[in-house]
Design a protein around this ligand. Sequence first.
Ligand code: SAH
Ligand code: SF4
Length: 452
Amino acid sequence: MRILDKFNLNTIDRPYILVCSSNSQMLFAKELMDKAKIENQLIPTPKGFGGVCTTAIKFPEDHTQEVAGLTATYGLEIEGIYPMTSRYKYDLSTIEAKGLSDRLMEILSRISENAELDRDEIKYLLEIEDETEYKALLQAADIIRRECVGQHIELRAAIEFSNYCSKNCNYCGVRRDKKMTRYRMSEEDILGEVDLLNRIGIKTVILQSGEDSYYTAEKIIKIIKKIKGKYGMQITLSIGERNNNEFALFREAGVNNYLLKIETANRELFQQLHPDDDFELRVAQSRQIKDAGIRLGSGGMVGLPGQTIDHLVEDIIFQRDFGVHMIGFGPFLPAKGTPYEAMPPGDLRLSLKMIAVARIVCQHVFLPATTAIASLNPEAQALALMAGANTIMLVSTPKELRNNYQIYSNKNMVDLSFAIKSVQEAGRKLPKYLNFKYIEELGYKIPKELIE
Ligand code: SAH
Ligand code: SF4
């Protein structure tokens, strides 16, 4: 038995999906299904099943009558209940066939049919070395990206509010044993940063920190409620593992997303990287986040010491079968003062291939062009946007603190001008929700073609 089978990732045979007309209706539907003991899983709404609600509920065919009954009894507003067979076909005919192997042609044809790729197919894509095949892979990912999430970039901003951490992850530059200046931001300072973000029109703020028990659930909830109350922004938490009863409290307080990466879906490799962590617990926490009705952000690092292509294949399959909404794959980067400081960084091309394959396989999800890839090479953020990515996260930690949040060395402090440049190089659009007038008043130049 493969290790992941143990976690019942993809056990729903002949799946059906329920698509609701809003997020709150969807959460209500899930509650009803849980109460009725109907096996269910929240997943990103697959392409072709209506796009209003980003989350759909997957459940076994045997329960379709019961689910239809529940939605009718409780007057739920739904878009429909459908068999989860692929409805959507992709037109990949613009990809030049010349120079491509028969095997790749066959895989591309399965991608255009929206078939579920198997391990060998995913492995073939990740192992591509030939330049023509590499370009074809990126082009396929770019086509699917355009159809699933369009031309506009999603721009989010992260406030790294504490670099205290009780854990000693071998790769991380703020691990417990590292001697460094530690800081914690006050609620007031965090809200001050949020205010600046709100003025430029950012809609999602990411609150990130080491695993820092100083910020009790109570303190976190207070901050969340203030942000929600004053600005109504979407909130992503990225504060590591927590007591499992806290996720529901965070949801109630208004948290929309929780970023807890699996880092690697291979159990043995996970254990090598994480002296304080347990793989099963990380998977269980990821599940609890989803079950609390919070969208899960996951992903991992590419080029970790001891990582193989087969591990990366497992990573892709994990993200797909777990129904993750945001998938961050970026290169591993060595951090000074850590056990891995002398290890080579992850490879750029392999990182781009991971992004491309993640888009092809997971489709209707947020894929960031990560700060890590932009730190590996300043051109790489634009390249990632052209390989299937659609999201950029600004580093919005106060300037005087951010140098102490170097989870890897030589971190690129992606700011608005850097993001604008990447968006321009990739030929894409800035999100419409930004306050362009105010941004220009601040002195940033926004090329006209980025606004639409
Ligand atoms: N403590 C929280 C959040 C901070 S770490 C947590 O661990 O979830 C946020 C992310 O930084 C991690 O998920 C990891 O993927 C990334 N990261 C840490 N060290 C890194 C390194 N050396 N290279 C690349 N990414 C790294
Ligand atoms: Fe702490 Fe997160 Fe770094 Fe691990 S990855 S040491 S939990 S900040």
